[in-house]
Structures are given as C-alpha cells and as structure tokens.
Design a binder for this molecule. Structure first.
Ligand code: SF4
Length: 134
C-alpha cells in the first residue's frame, strides 16, 4: 500500500510529523487538523472532517481519493482522481502555482500567479485560483 507523501499531522502533544511513511489511516483517526503540502508548501489545511469531506484544492482531492476505503464494494465503485505527469524538480519549482503542470483545472492565471492561502470556511484555508465546490 502506498500513502500520499505530502500529508502532515500536528498532534496536540508533539511537533509536526510529516513524511512519506505517515499512514493516512493514522491521520484520519488521530489528527484534529490536517495539512496538505506540495513541494514544501502548505496548500490546504483544515480540521480533519472538513478536509476529508470537502477538499477545495484539486491536489488535496487527488491525495484523498488515493486512500483505500475499508468497504470492498464501495472501493470498487469509487472514481479516483488521477494526476498526470511527475512532480517537478524541487530545485526548479515552476512559476505560478507549483501544481499547474499536473492540475486538470490549470489556467493561464495558474501558470502566472502563485495562489495565496486564504480562508474558505472557518478553520479551512486553501490556496487555489479555481477551487472545487464545497
Ligand atoms: S491554482 Fe490552478 S493549477 Fe493550482 S491547484 Fe488551483 S486550479 Fe490547479
């Protein structure tokens, strides 16, 4: 099983735990607040339930859709968000939104301007020019 690489968890008692080996199952059950990062930058963060229910950024939605469901019937029926291409070289981050080369919603604005993290709901921040519906 492969877990998304850019998911972090801030536990009430300890420092931020991030990295390729952090199990999303642990995040889903133990973290109160979850942050998604892309190329070293937090691109969305929210209380756990809110982020898992209504991700606003395409990258976050793709990460969450990679988490296997415990129900085999639902797992077979679900549609996964697929991402094309490979992550850019961290030593050569593209201009604009650093996700634009892989994003199905990318526009000219995305290629030009890096979106700022903004409040989209109480406690929920996301950085995207073309957010997904809540
Ligand atoms: S800003 Fe544009 S490229 Fe970046 S995640 Fe949002 S839609 Fe995609």
């Amino acid at each position: 099983m492969t877990f998304p690489r850019h998911v972090g968890c801030r536990t009430p008692a300890g420092p931020q735990a991030t990295g390729p080996y952090l199990a999303c199952v642990i995040v889903a059950h133990m973290c109160r607040k979850v942050a998604a990062r892309y190329l070293g930058r937090i691109v969305e963060q929210a209380p756990r339930e809110l982020l898992f229910r209504t991700p606003r950024r395409p990258y976050t939605a793709a990460l969450l859709s990679a988490i296997p469901l415990p129900d085999p019937v639902r797992e077979r029926q679900r549609r996964r968000a697929s991402l094309e291409g490979e992550p850019p070289d961290p030593a050569s981050i593209p201009a604009g939104c650093r996700f634009h080369k892989r994003c199905p919603r990318a526009s000219e604005l995305c290629r030009r301007e890096d979106p700022m993290l903004q409040e989209v709901a109480p406690g929920h921040q996301a950085a995207c020019h073309h957010m997904l519906d809540a």
